[in-house]
Design a binder for this molecule. Sequence first.
Ligand code: SF4
Ligand code: SF4
Length: 375
Amino acid sequence: MQSKVYHILPRAKRYKYESGLLGKFEYFLKNFTLEKYIAKKDIIPLKIHLGNDGAFRTIRPQFVQKVVERVKKIPAKPFVTDSVRIAGYDYLEVANKGGYNHLSLGAPIVIADGIYGNDSIMVEAGDLLGKVAVASAIYDAKSMIVLSHVKGHIQAVFGGAIKNISMGGVSAQPRNSSWKEGRGKMHFLHGDIMKWNKEKCILCFDCAKICPAECITFIDKVYTVDKKKCFRCGRCARVCPEGAIEVPITHENFMKAVAEGAKAVLSTFDKEKILYINFLIEMQPECDCMPIADTPVVQDQGILISDDPVAIDAATLDLVTNINPLPGSLAENIDIEKNVDIFSLLHGKNGKIQLIEAEKMGLGSLSYTIEKVGD
Ligand code: SF4
Ligand code: SF4
């Protein structure tokens, strides 16, 4: 069966509010039957990524505020949330600096797995992951709206709805457990710790600087990790400019693990209780958890809305397939091959695998119809 995906077009062709993307988004939400997904008086997580110091290309607060406003009209009670990516308290400070706070959004910011990142509940995920810890504020919710800023990702190739609910809905450090039941397991299926290649290392210390757990030291110029503190986020390997740090997983298994994580999170909701909104705006090459925001690789494509996470991500990839890269961006010299999306070309891996796996697990359909909104 084909799922429906709405596409709010990005251009503003007239000098009036209703013609701009924000105005079209507001108008769409006003006329969309959100009541189908959210019951009156329910407390509703609006799942987003809050960024990082230096990562300013996240979803702009004005768009989140429009969702808050619409949810309150049901009337229901929205809160804006993500699980701990860096220390929980610091993440709230990052959110505030990025313009996400109760005053700007009209709703509170709540860390989904608690300020220490260990409030979570074990949920069956699948063959690869076994059980994983779903963040409690998401686990306890009856319905949810998932707002995803689309961008590239060194390991997942791109981040859309599936990655947002999976890596963002699963806690990194579950209480009374270890990284083995958390998000880290998605990165470390085939081993306990990263492999470091001394010959390749140029001692730039970028890995130590980015580590959110501050657990990398160089004792006698040897990369040393405090295995107890490390929650296996894999960020040190992703930033290493020389490829000197290796995470023990194959691309195919990582993508399957991401889909399994999403399945675990979705299993805590009844069917048709989640709405997905993908923002194809300022699509930079890497994740919003990095301490930078690189220039976008392709032009803005607008906003997609669907209640199918696979369909919305499939439509996302289709919109950035056969598309001209922006001059001056990391993608500028990429040869556009036929029928391959820009993120897969950029990262040299197939980004669609996470969607194919998600469809196999029954999370949605790769087949969809598009309804364009605005001109
Ligand atoms: S980022 Fe890579 S090259 Fe730099 S110190 Fe760490 S391991 Fe070595
Ligand atoms: S995987 Fe690397 S960056 Fe992440 S917590 Fe462990 S040592 Fe730090």
